[in-house]
Every structure is written in C-alpha cells, then in structure tokens.
Design a protein around this ligand. Structure first.
Ligand code: TYD
Length: 138
C-alpha cells in the first residue's frame, strides 16, 4: 500500500442550499473509526509547525473547517504534503504515521477527529525513535 493509499483524502457529504452549507462526518460511515474525541487548532500562523509526532494507537481525520493549512505525512519510506483548504475535505491518518501541520492561514481552524481518548503516553515525539521503530517493523 502506498502512503497516499494509507492516508486518503476524504470528501464528505455537503448539503448546500440557499441557507448555506452543512457538512456531515459520521464515524464508521464516512471515516473508518468511531469518533472518541474532537479537538481543534486555531490561532496558529505561517511560522509554526505543530504535530511532529506519531501516535501508536490513534487514528485521525484532519479537516480545515475554516482557512488553510498543510500537513506533511511520512512513514519514513514515502512522504507527501496535503493541502487542507476545504471544509468538506479531510485527510485520514492512521496510527504510526509521522505528521507535521504547518503554513496555517490566520483564519485557520483545523478540526481533528480522533479514534481514541487522549493518552500522552502513545505519542512518539522523537523522529529518530520513530524511524527506529519503523525500521524494526519492516
Ligand atoms: P500537542 O500534542 O503539542 O499539539 P499538536 O499535536 O497540535 O502540536 O498538544 C498541545 C497540548 O494539549 C499538550 O499539553 C497536550 C494537550 N492535549 C490534550 O490534553 N488533549 C488532547 O486531545 C490533545 C490533542 C492535546
């Protein structure tokens, strides 16, 4: 499986009419997991890099519900950058993928849906350590 297949871009149902738009994300229907946690990042800008970690267990979907950002993902073998700039489009990121979010527009609101409750212990924040684990896995 390629990294782009592991981390697909997901299009959600967008019910637009004269009143505006309504986007629906349903756990286990439009994304591959039940949603246990929602958080969102705003007030970041083009100078900061967030993320810079991999999660041992958590799966995520990232959606810029306002503004823009980019996310770079890698599994150490491949990498790609996804532009998050549409409220109806997200990226699915499975466990054990290194991710970095950056280039936030001032109006960026990055919504993150997660498959788990927060557990700081499942984060790998050191790229060398992540690389080592991935080397052992392959
Ligand atoms: P951090 O992992 O540094 O955010 P990012 O991945 O965007 O760089 O998290 C920032 C702080 O928020 C850190 O103290 C942990 C806390 N936090 C929670 O308590 N619960 C959560 O669900 C998340 C994502 C973070």
């Amino acid at each position: 499986m390629t990294l782009k297949e592991k981390c697909p871009i997901v299009e959600f149902k967008d019910f637009g009419d004269e009143r505006g738009r309504l986007v629906v994300v349903e756990g286990r229907h439009s994304i591959p997991f039940d949603i246990a946690r929602v958080f969102y990042i705003y007030g970041s800008d083009s100078t900061v890099i967030r993320g810079q970690h991999a999660n041992r267990n958590s799966e995520f979907v990232l959606i810029n519900v306002a503004g823009k950002s980019k996310v770079r993902v890698t599994d150490t073998h491949e990498e790609f950058v996804a532009r998050l700039d549409k409220p109806r489009t997200g990226i699915y990121i499975p466990a054990m993928i290194w991710k970095e979010m950056y280039d936030f527009s001032e109006d960026s609101v990055l919504l993150v849906l997660a498959s788990t409750h927060y557990d700081g212990g499942e984060y790998i924040r050191d790229y060398a350590k992540y690389s080592e684990i991935m080397k052992k896995k392959s």
